[in-house]
Design a protein around this ligand. Sequence first.
Ligand code: APR
Length: 315
Amino acid sequence: MRKKVTVVGAGNVGATAAMRVAEKELADVVLIDILEGVPAGKALDLMEAAPVEKHDSRVTGVTGDYSEARDSDIVIITAGIARRPGMSRDDLLTTNMKIVGSVVQEIASVAPGAVLIIVSNPLDAMCHVAYDTSGFSKTKVIGMAGVLDSARFRAFIAMELGVSVENVHAFVLGGHGDTMVPLPRYSTVAGIPITELLPGDRIESIVQRTRQGGAEIVGLLKTGSAFYAPASSAVQMAEAILKDKKMILPCAAYLQGEYGINDLFIGVPVKLGAQGIEEIIEITLTAEEEKALKDSAAAVEGLVDDMKRLKNAGE
Ligand code: APR
């Protein structure tokens, strides 16, 4: 039987993710949105591209009809409002909390066995909403942040050194936001740590650019935020799960004691396979890196507290 990937939110990230899943023939795709016509229109457009792109994935688009998502293997959640210039991730909190909560409630009733890949921002906070609302096991709620942040880091390293992106591996831990923790020590070009290839000040400026990667694109686009790289990153995670690849990728995972952090979603290296997160990999950190990760965790904790406050105020 064919695999099924549902993508909730047929906007820029969602439609691009649907396209990549279909073109890689990973699964049939269901696109869901609240907008009338848009998911159906984008799905039809993608189906009409299929003969040219040479794939036989079926793409369906529906408005609010979650029965189409029944028994999905993976659900990628991109629903929400995107960040606009001048808007902090935190400003998104109230709106996206309600949107993600309602979407996950629907999904949990029709696809209780699915793995949820959360993309909506603020990412780590939305993972908490999805985890609490779904009641799914912690191995099946995964946030897409680290793959994107490390892809940005890799792209900048490759540009700086004039080497193939395929030679570059990079690691970014922590929350998805200004407090993310890029790890130059664990970032390599053909196995060589970048600390041996680039002077400290160049690494520092690449790290800063990575931290500001989302904002840099928002500043250029003016209306809307990045979507090609976010979609690619979510689809790489989906592919690792659908193909049971046991691939190690940095993802937001629910920690219970790992890295000395408790009951919090934060970006760490995980092994992705058919069961979702099959292992959380703990790497040794220097005192400085550990402090940066703790600071990042504190920022996520702040958001989780804010959500509790907002929820109580709204009740
Ligand atoms: N149910 C389903 N879809 C919804 C809902 C809902 N309750 N609320 C909003 N949406 C849809 C919107 O109608 C829109 O089509 O989510 C889509 C979001 O698409 P865009 O506005 O194009 O945003 P996009 O750039 O795709 O970003 C989506 O991913 O990277 C994050 O910060 C980004 O949180 C944002 C999300």
